[in-house]
Design a protein around this ligand. Structure first.
Ligand SMILES: Cc1ncc(COP(=O)(O)O)c(C=O)c1O
Length: 369
């Protein structure tokens, strides 16, 4: 492949030498179960985010499911969810036995519409899950206020918002519980994995029981005491070691992702036919991925793909997916926005020149190709 043919990926994870060393330690320890590396990973994450407890689990989906269970949410309860999110958010509520109640989004930021959330509240509403799409903060002040006024718990889906700051506080630490994902398209990855964040000691104990067959301490598998019904959502030390190693590159990756976005914003500011969703980078938001809206999205995506520039089209609205089908007219914003929104190449492995090349190609497309 010639240099011109180089693929500019939408995203790519990167595993370095440090993780390989740590993984070798786990293998040499002959302890591929939940152990010292998971403990260390949890400690590092809670320390970074200034949160009292971090509980490592098998995925971001598991984190949301366990969060709802720990709050006692299940059959007969309603959980409010934005119509634009990865389907995992709705599936996690469904898995807990609750009814996901979809609401429309705010077209300015692709996050939950506070007005729609407020209108959706019934006496069955027990939780709301604001999703910080692409790392951009939902309107946490108003969501927390409305939730408190109505006795509703807030579980933040911060799967895409690790290390993103809103009003001086990390996303995922506003609600009673926050959930992170470390799947391979996130800033750091453990292959699959998630973290549950909480400052509440009682919820922490419940979450430990729920992820570990009702045990409060790591068990022997023999004469352990099981305090409650629980499941197995434990992260292993193989994943923990990967996470600990990945954290060593965290700052440089965040710096790069912010720079990528700034170049896009500068280069495309007069594009006219495409608008980027804004980030408050000065205020501490970290763009997990740069997202944009264009009336010509599909043509643009195809054009860029033919030039080895890979993008990702936005999720279909949840209400259009078979398990959650509802009428379009209930969701005018998500229906309009989903099909015209796209994530541009956002990998932390990209250089300035790559982002500039993407921008040049976008401009060429809009100027007639
Ligand atoms: C918004 C959102 N919620 C939930 C999840 C689920 O996380 P996981 O894939 O780790 O289960 C993701 C995953 O990518 C996500 O983007």
């Amino acid at each position: 492949m010639s240099k011109e043919d180089k693929i500019i990926p939408w995203w790519t994870p990167k595993i370095g030498e440090r993780e390989k060393e740590l993984l070798k330690t786990v293998l040499d320890n002959n302890f591929p179960n939940e152990g010292q590396f998971v403990d260390l990973f949890e400690k590092k994450i809670s320390g970074l985010l200034g949160c009292k407890h971090a509980i490592a689990v098998t995925s971001g989906t598991a984190a949301i499911f366990l969060a709802l269970k720990s709050l006692g949410i299940g059959s007969g309860d309603e959980v409010v969810i934005p119509d634009i999110t990865f389907i995992a958010t709705a599936n996690a509520a469904e898995m807990a036995g609750a009814k996901p109640v979809l609401v429309d989004i705010d077209p300015k930021n692709m996050n939950i519409s506070v007005e729609s959330f407020e209108k959706s509240i019934t006496d069955k509403t027990k939780a709301v899950i604001p999703v910080h799409v692409s790392g951009r903060a939902s309107d946490m002040e108003n969501i927390m206020r409305i939730a408190e006024d109505n006795g509703i718990k807030v579980v933040e889906d911060a799967a895409e918002a690790f290390m993103s700051i809103h009003k001086g506080k990390y996303l995922g630490t506003f609600g009673q519980i926050g959930c992170l994902s470390f799947s391979p398209n996130k800033t750091i990855t453990t292959g699959q994995g998630g973290i549950i964040l909480t400052d509440d000691d009682d919820l922490f104990m419940r979450l430990k029981e729920l992820k570990n067959q009702g045990r409060r301490e790591r068990g022997t598998g023999g004469d352990d005491t099981h305090f409650a019904v629980g499941y197995n959502f434990k992260m292993t030390d193989l994943q923990g070691a990967l996470g600990v190693g990945q954290l060593e590159y965290l700052n440089e990756r965040i710096k790069r992702m912010k720079k990528n976005h700034k170049i896009y914003a500068e280069e495309l500011k007069n594009s006219g036919k495409m608008s980027l969703f804004e980030f408050d980078i000065e205020g501490g938001e970290t763009p997990q991925w740069t997202d944009a809206y264009s009336g010509e999205r599909d043509g643009l995506d195809k054009y860029l793909a033919s030039r080895n520039i890979h993008c990702r089209r936005f999720w279909l609205p949840i209400h259009r997916q078979a398990p959650y089908k509802l009428k379009d007219d209930m969701f005018p914003n998500s229906t309009k926005m989903s099909y015209k929104s796209i994530w541009l190449p956002s990998a932390f492995t990209l250089a300035d020149s790559d982002i500039i090349k993407v921008c040049e190609n976008i401009k060429q497309f809009f100027n007639g190709g």
